[in-house]
Each structure stands twice: as C-alpha cells, then as structure tokens.
Design a protein around this ligand. Structure first.
Ligand code: SF4
Ligand code: SF4
Length: 57
C-alpha cells in the first residue's frame, strides 16, 4: 500500500515533498516520485496533492 504518483496528473507543484514525514518523495524530471522502500504508507501526501495525482496502492 505504498503511495504512487500518477505522473500524467502531476503538475510538479512539490506540495507532497514537504508533506511526507519520512522524505520518501523526490522530484525527478519535474514529477514527484515515491520511494516505495522508504514510504510508511501514512497517506499524508494524498490529501496534499491539489491535482489528485497520488493514490495508495
Ligand atoms: S504515504 Fe506517507 S510516507 Fe508514503 S510517500 Fe506519502 S506521505 Fe510519504
Ligand atoms: S503534490 Fe501532486 S501535483 Fe504536486 S508534485 Fe506532488 S504529486 Fe505532483
């Protein structure tokens, strides 16, 4: 159940990066990317994304 960014929806706003308590999200080529090994499945980033680009799966 790690977070996953749907890159087609991501606008690159970076809101999710600071929302993540374990720094599991980094920007790569203008899109957010979740490190699944670091993600603790808290879901905090999902509500922070204005583009609804993050899903838990
Ligand atoms: S679900 Fe939580 S730990 Fe995982 S990327 Fe989002 S904010 Fe970070
Ligand atoms: S908050 Fe959403 S739109 Fe903004 S960088 Fe993160 S995934 Fe992309």
């Amino acid at each position: 159940m790690a977070a996953k960014v749907e890159s087609a929806k991501c606008t690159g706003c970076e809101s999710c990066v600071s929302a993540c308590p374990v720094e599991a999200i980094a920007m790569k080529a203008g899109k957010a990317e979740v490190n699944k090994d670091t993600c603790v499945d808290c879901g905090a980033c999902v509500g922070e994304c204005p583009a609804e680009a993050i899903v838990m799966e």
